[in-house]
Design a protein around this ligand. Sequence first.
Ligand code: NAD
Ligand code: G6P
Ligand code: MN
Length: 443
Amino acid sequence: MKKFSIVIAGGGSTFTPGIVLMLLDNLDRLPIRQIKFYDNLAERQDHIADACRIIINEKAPEINFVSTTNPKEAFTDVDFVMAHIRVGLYAMREKDEKIPMKHGVVGQETCGPGGIAYGMRSIGGVLELIDYMERYSPDAWMLNYSNPAAIVAEATRKLRPHSKIINICDMPVGIEERMAQSIGLKSRKEMVVRYYGLNHFGWWTDIRDLEGNDLMPQIKKHVSQHGYSLLEEVEASQHVDASWMDTFAKAKDLYAVDPETLPNTYLKYYLYPQDAMEHEDPDYTRANQVMDGREKHVFGECDKIVERGTSEGMTLEIDEHASYIVDLARAIAYNTHERMLLIVENKGAVANFDETAMVEVPCIVGVNGPEPLVQGEIPRFQKGMMEQQVAVEKLVVEAWAENSYQKLWQALTLSKTVPNARVAKELLDDLLEANQEFWPELH
Ligand code: NAD
Ligand code: G6P
Ligand code: MN
């Protein structure tokens, strides 16, 4: 059986140890001969790499482990690039969240002005990874979950149209896990779904069990009362903090707007921006929570592993829900034809929507990559929202490619989260100032 070689780009990510543990736990499904870490910040990656070297040596010593900041060393001889970079680190995420809030606008990692600012930073970083992959391992596939995935996906469609990159998000996976639990199923894999939207902007239209029985009525009943909150919380996902619990509860109000469908939780930033802001302390946003929570925990644990020379007693856990990444790699490697929600070029999958939009829809995945499943025509409400949002995303990519201040101003003006063109311009000037090091020069 072929054994695979994988490079994790963004080796210094807080998610890397959980993903490595997940890969080691899935070796029977996806045999691995080599794991490499690549990052552009050695000091950060070293903490994670030194600990993961010990973990890999203990659990699967036959796997060759490499940690490097050298693109040639990282991208040569690999089958898959698993990419989760954060250009600008949490320091810039904090600004993405806090600057909009100063203007009375939602401050969020991937939605609204924060997502636009992050997009302007991410595009160049992800294109660079694609170029390294194509230079050093032209047959490899990139499985990308670097955010903001919607903007990154549009940028790669437009600027690297032939590249073997698949963009994927874990939010539907996490929500489906909760839906399954809410009606007493063991796993989301007991459900088959229909869904359409953009990344962090979509709706489920049909959910059935494997025999084809309609599960929507039961799930809707739960969501109408509790949103995606569970009566008994099980700690099986990354979405465990109090702020996530608020988000899951809020799905009840999202559902009320269109009881024909079930909503992605991220719609709260577009449909109830003021409510979302009420829950936020403008001086202590999600970035602060993550730096004081996940980042401290992961880096602290990694340093302890290195000090002790063993992973015994560590509190790092397998990121079970990240096994969707193995499902995706397997689908390509073994032509499994697994059905998965992916971010792909529309090409008619949503019949009454822009052919060139990057949409999130169920796809069948095999050796040739994803084949989108047709979701048909969508209703006016969702279509209206998606037209507006996809225009924002396309304008951001055009602004990046054409160095256009004007288009970025238009993107911000068009975002449903921003009240008017004046606020959009004030926001743009603040974001521009904060992002000088990262954005292309705008004229
Ligand atoms: P993090 O800051 O802990 O890790 C990101 C790493 O990327 C850092 O070590 C950083 O040095 C590195 N990096 C930045 N720019 C780079 C570049 N140009 N080349 C190589 N490496 C670079 O961030 P995190 O919270 O662990 O998240 C990582 C990424 O994964 C983010 O983009 C986040 O939004 C994304 N994410 C996506 C999903 C999804 O559903 N798609 C889920 C979780 C996280
Ligand atoms: C979900 C989304 C990701 C996002 C993450 C943020 O998983 O799908 O795209 O990056 O949430 O989580 P955090 O814990 O960093 O706020
Ligand atoms: Mn996501």
